[in-house]
Write a protein that binds this ligand. Structure first.
Ligand code: ACM
Length: 771
């Protein structure tokens, strides 16, 4: 064989191998019923997509598939009406399903080497079948342009697919940071690809009103603009720091109508959210007469949080809201209108003679019942127009409006309670569904609001609470991820926070109830990320990250286990400070450390890792707290001596914290030996009431009863400025001890002028290093 032929043969084999392995059923969400088969259907220049010409749903879905296949292959793929001539050849054939197995969103797919048959009962079913077909094809099918040298094979299989939940949503907050129409459409495209069916559009809030209302032009003239925005994290600087730049944006009604049409074509319903009675500052800045104190000057909020200025429950406010909702309902044809209902402080209603009179007149118990009255009036109006309200779980307080659907966000309790009251529920608990939280180590991640929600935790979420009876469980409509944008200023950043965590949520909302296997999901996800790459999505690469877990052994060593979520990449590391490469030591088993060491690692998937592990006398030693509050933030009693020093004031979970009192901890070093130096870091986050201690006393003892050699020192710092970490060091030179006791004095309640004045402050500490 001449060398050129051998080379070409080799090339063609490797191409077909690439196409094969690329195609191995990496479906996401995975179908409800699936059987893999041998062989594959090959899309060729002769392939036609055959439909019943009278079925608009078939035609639309087939056209989507044809367009994409034509773009990437360059073949003259076209949609063709069924005909005797096409009944035989190797084509992709759409046909109506007749026996009710698919339901409103399902489909059947039969792929054999001779034919692909797509069946469904609805346009949506055909659309989802096409999403699955695209995922069966090589990932390059998601390319925006022609891709050469790809075999457009669809691996043979048999699928009967339908979703577990009828509601699969994502919420996007465009009030805190405005997102242009072009991006909203892209977001909808990415949702559709994941078979989400509901886009919850958070259109109004304290920081901006984003929807044109013809009857109230000031809502957008004034309410869509804020004069500046807080810098960094809301609470990062004391006093608050602002950027001095005006910020704004809104959608015209024509743009909204265009987005609604765009979403409908992708089988996504939009739920618009108009917040009330709280989160209303942008509206009050536009029309102060909607507040209980119209003489007060209101401004569109320039920082994040909860504000005490809210709508006043008077007749003119109800008239305003009904007029607004009338225009909103004319734009959004879906069943649900979201009326907010969350985080409404009652201060303004407490102080208002009108509200207090109204409470008496209506024989209400308190302001919570007044909020319930507010929501019930709005519900009556919305119901009278043939629509239904949905609201955050606070709408349970003071009595649920008769037909309301509840979005359970403060954990799952609200959802459980609502289902017990026979109300529909969408589950979106913060701990599992808030995609604005950190997904990786805050030291390496862009600023986020707080909290830690890695993708494996998202994937572990079971939306239907086990506490409910089977009858009550029927009220759980489904699950939603929320994208609050306080700390997400750009569309690129939205993509980073949403993907691929939303891919995990999409699967939770779709696949049947039962045990899930994250490893299997991760393998499919790795392939799915290639699709997102073709679509130029700025997704987070954390799936590929390397992380360290530490454990102390009897041999007085620190064992560092390197972990990653993808099972097929290799890790290489160094302990000598040098940058690792693929010729460095490959990681197989935990690394044993006897002295303070920096481990640097890389993975063959491109991840980089670096962390210093502190080996000191107290490492792995047990300790006791004098107060229960500290134990609550350190339930495993490991944080202070685990060899990992908290690196960032952003990640509160690394710190041990005592609110409203002193922090006292006693460490047992095991035996009496020399102690030369003890250091500990304290947290400063003034606007969050994490105050450094006013003084720290570090004492040593040989018997655990008498403490001598105590070093007491005041902690010096300025309250002004940004978050920080304050080290406290006690130098003992020649002492000997078995026990170390640290007492850190709480600064007391925050005084007047502080953001949380009058409330208790906390002392927070991490890693007590004993040398
Ligand atoms: C919410 O996060 N305030 C619903």
């Amino acid at each position: 064989m001449n060398r050129l032929v051998a080379f070409l043969l080799c090339l063609s084999i490797s191409f077909s191998l690439i196409a094969q392995s690329d195609n191995a059923y990496n479906l996401l969400p995975f179908p409800a019923q699936f059987a893999g088969k041998d062989g594959h259907f090959t899309v060729s220049t002769a392939t036609r997509i055959v439909v019943n010409a009278k079925d608009a749903g078939q035609r639309a879905a087939a056209q989507t598939l044809a367009n994409q296949l034509k773009t990437v292959s360059g073949f003259p793929i076209a949609v063709a009406p069924a005909s005797p001539a096409l009944a035989k050849g190797k084509h992709i054939v759409f046909q109506a399903h007749k026996t009710g197995k698919c339901g409103p969103e399902g489909y059947i797919l039969n792929v054999s080497p001779d034919r692909v048959v797509v069946e469904a009962e609805t346009p949506k079913g055909y659309f989802y079948a096409v999403q699955t077909l695209l995922q069966l094809l090589p990932t390059a099918v998601f390319s925006p342009a022609k891709v050469d040298n790809v075999a457009w094979n669809i691996p043979a299989c048999q699928i009967l697919d339908r979703p577990r939940y009828g509601y699969r949503g994502l919420m996007l907050d465009v009030s805190r940071n405005f997102m242009p129409v072009s991006f909203v459409k892209r977001f909808i495209d990415l949702m559709a690809m994941h078979k989400f069916n509901t886009f919850h559009w958070h259109l109004t809030d304290d920081q901006g009103w984003r929807i044109e209302i013809k009857k109230y032009p000031k809502l957008t003239q004034i309410g869509s603009r804020r004069k500046e925005t807080v810098v960094g994290h809301n609470a990062e600087n004391y006093p608050f720091k602002y950027d001095g730049k005006e910020y704004g944006g809104f959608y015209t009604q024509a743009q909204i109508a265009e987005v609604v049409r765009y979403a409908a074509a992708r089988h996504i319903t939009i739920i618009p959210e108009i917040e009330m009675p709280g989160h209303a500052l942008a509206a009050l800045a536009s029309y102060p007469e909607l507040s209980c104190d119209p003489a007060k000057k209101y401004e569109v909020a320039t920082r994040w949080g909860i504000f005490k200025d809210v709508y006043c429950p008077n007749e003119s406010t109800f008239a305003f809201l009904q007029n607004v909702l009338t225009e909103v309902m004319a734009l959004f044809p879906g069943k649900y209108i979201h009326i907010g209902g969350d985080e409404c402080p009652k201060d303004a209603w407490n102080a208002s003679a009108f509200c207090q009179d109204l409470i008496k007149k209506l024989k209400l118990k308190d302001e919570h019942e007044l909020q319930s009255y507010f929501i019930q009036r709005i519900e009556k109006f919305v119901n009278s127009k043939g629509r239904a309200i949905i609201g955050w779980d606070e709408i349970l307080e003071g009595g649920l409006a008769p037909n309301a659907t509840v979005m359970s966000w403060r954990g799952t309790e609200g959802g459980i309670e609502a289902a017990k009251q026979k109300h529909n529920v969408v589950m979106t608990p913060g701990d599992f569904c808030y995609l604005d939280q950190y997904q990786g180590n805050p030291v390496q991640e862009p600023l986020a609001g707080g909290g830690f929600l890695p993708i494996e935790k998202v994937y572990s979420y079971e939306p239907t609470p086990a506490e409910l009876t089977p009858e009550q469980q029927k009220y759980i409509l489904g699950v939603q991820g929320n994208v609050w944008t306080e700390y997400i200023p750009t569309t690129q950043h939205v993509e980073y926070m949403v993907f691929p965590r939303a891919s995990a949520l999409a699967e939770i909302g779709w696949i049947p109830q039962g045990p899930r296997n994250f490893e299997d999901f991760a393998v499919r996800l790795k392939e799915h990320l290639k699709r997102l790459s073709y679509l130029n999505v700025n997704y987070s690469k954390r799936l590929l990250d390397i992380r360290a877990v530490t454990q102390f052994t009897d041999a007085d060593q620190l064992q560092v286990r390197l972990e990653k979520l993808d099972s097929d990449s290799k890790m290489y590391y160094t302990t000598n400070g040098k940058q690792p490469s693929t010729s460095s030591t490959e990681y197989f088993t935990p690394i044993a450390l006897k002295k303070t060491t920096t481990i640097k690692a890389i993975s063959s998937a491109g991840a980089q890792f670096e962390e210093t592990f502190y080996i000191h006398r107290a490492k792995g030693k047990s300790y006791t707290y004098a107060n229960a509050a500290a134990e609550k933030s350190d339930p495993n009693k490991k944080k202070l001596t685990d060899g990992q020093v908290a690196q960032s004031p952003r990640n509160k979970s690394e710190w041990v914290s005592v609110s409203g009192g002193d922090l006292e901890v006693t460490i047992d070093l095991g035996d009496v030996r020399p102690v030369t130096k003890i250091s500990a870091n304290f947290l400063k986050r003034i606007s969050y009431n994490d105050f450094p201690p006013t003084s720290v006393e570090i004492g040593l003892s040989q018997d655990g009863t008498t403490y001598k050699d105590a070093i007491s020192q005041p902690v010096k710092y300025t309250l002004e400025g940004s978050w920080g970490i304050l080290p406290v060091v006690a130098d003992f030179k020649t002492a000997r001890a078995r026990y170390v006791r640290i007492k850190a004095k709480n600064a007391g309640p925050a005084s007047a002028g502080f953001p949380r004045e009058g409330l208790p402050t906390a002392v927070s500490v991490d890693e007590v290093v004993v040398e």
